[in-house]
Design a protein around this ligand. Structure first.
Ligand code: HEM
Length: 355
């Protein structure tokens, strides 16, 4: 957009709830608050999920093969007794239920009040579908004795859900400055590649975490890929990337390879953002991503150099989730959206603006 002649299509300066001269209504402040609360609750749900795992509570509502007694019931009851593992597992489910209700509310309200805001209607419907799928995947994970493939898929789906909620929050913003059209050609692919690589690093980390067998009846201290490289990082058993030594070493190294690729890509994205400065919002996000990346690499290394500390593992999950959210936000800020059919002054415009 040049010279301020055409306002961004979702209406900087428009009153909330007002119908702009194009076909998307700006959602009300209350709707935006609900979207922000859903974002915070989804983040909390992911962290509580991590606490469930490291506190050995994954099977707190019943062992593998419990059928409906283990999910949706908890040890056959609607509300569990005061066993700590059951309470932790049940808190995760309760929060999941609350997030599900928040998603459904966003979807129903979008359909009833903002039907013409098709991006919002589609995104809230997708988020509702994802949260239901996530609940069923959680049930399958319990039923299948916390199989690492399901643990990793559960984490991956959680990240996809968080990205969709970020998109919803963005679609409700009125004060969002558009990215400069001079962002250049390689910006968008780099942001997408960075998001993809951070996502793969997270899923590979979830797979490694799933091999730790926390919460399983056959758990033994020292199980899993966490210490498959000993306490060595960046080396691994005396070498750099000694693939082929053992299955658990390969699992550990896969996380490292994705981490190296993600780090290179995110650093390139940060440098490009700080050089081109497409908007103050994106420059701020780039600095946040830089801080999160440094902290995450350090905490990841501490996870290997020290013994298994539950708090460090949950911190690693929290920082990884925040890094994902930040990189996705940068990518979303570059995502092109349809321009208004007409400007507020009524002049036609075919210009694309950043969503
Ligand atoms: C871009 C940087 C990184 C990201 C986004 C990332 C993300 C993750 C995630 C999401 C998990 C799963 C946590 C859970 O489910 O509780 C994980 C696990 C793990 N990561 Fe990373 N990680 C990164 C860097 C590193 C580094 C540099 C190391 C050092 C080798 C490392 C070592 C580990 C280990 C050992 C685990 C398994 C923890 C466990 O026992 O559950 N990570 N990572």
């Amino acid at each position: 957009m040049q010279g301020g002649a055409v306002p961004p299509f979702d209406g900087i300066g428009l009153q909330r709830g007002a119908v702009p001269p194009f076909d998307e209504v700006l959602p009300s402040a209350a709707y935006r608050r609900l979207a922000l609360a859903t974002l915070a609750a989804t983040f909390a749900l992911i962290i509580v999920g991590g606490i469930v795992r490291v506190s050995d509570s994954g099977l707190g509502c019943g062992p593998a093969g419990s059928g409906l007694n283990g999910w949706p019931f908890c040890n056959g009851d609607v509300v569990p007794g005061l066993d700590l593992n059951s309470v932790i597992e049940y808190s995760h489910r309760t929060l999941g239920g609350i997030v599900g209700l928040m998603m459904i509310s966003l979807a129903v309200l979008a359909l009833r009040r903002y039907r013409s805001h098709t991006r919002l209607v589609r995104a809230t419907a997708a988020a509702t579908g994802l949260v239901i799928a996530q609940g069923l995947l959680g049930a399958a994970t319990v039923e299948q004795d916390l199989d690492e493939r399901l643990v990793a898929s559960h984490l991956g789906l959680a990240m996809a859900l968080l990205a969709v909620v970020l998109y919803i929050v963005r679609a409700t913003a009125s004060d969002r400055p558009p990215a400069s059209p001079q962002t250049g050609s390689r910006f968008r692919p780099l942001a997408l590649i960075s998001s993809g690589l951070v996502f793969c690093t997270i899923v590979a980390g979830g797979y490694m975490a799933g091999t730790q067998n926390y919460g399983r009846s056959d758990y033994q201290l020292g199980d899993g890929a966490h210490h498959a490289c000993g306490k060595e990082f960046p080396s691994c058993n005396g070498d750099f990337l000694p693939f082929g030594q053992a299955r658990l070493v390969d699992i550990h190294l896969t996380h490292r390879v994705f981490m190296y690729l993600a780090t290179i890509s995110v650093v390139a994205l940060i440098v490009m953002t700080l050089r081109r400065r497409p908007s103050t919002e994106m420059v701020r996000a780039a600095w946040i991503a830089a801080g999160l990346l440094v902290c995450q690499l350090l905490v990841g290394a501490l996870n290997v150099w020290l013994d298994e500390y539950e708090a460090l593992i949950v911190l690693h999950l929290a920082l990884g989730t925040l890094l994902w959210a930040t990189v996705v936000s940068v990518a979303l800020a570059l995502y092109p959206a349809r321009a208004p059919a007409t400007s507020r002054s009524g002049s036609p415009s075919g210009e694309a603006v950043a969503a």
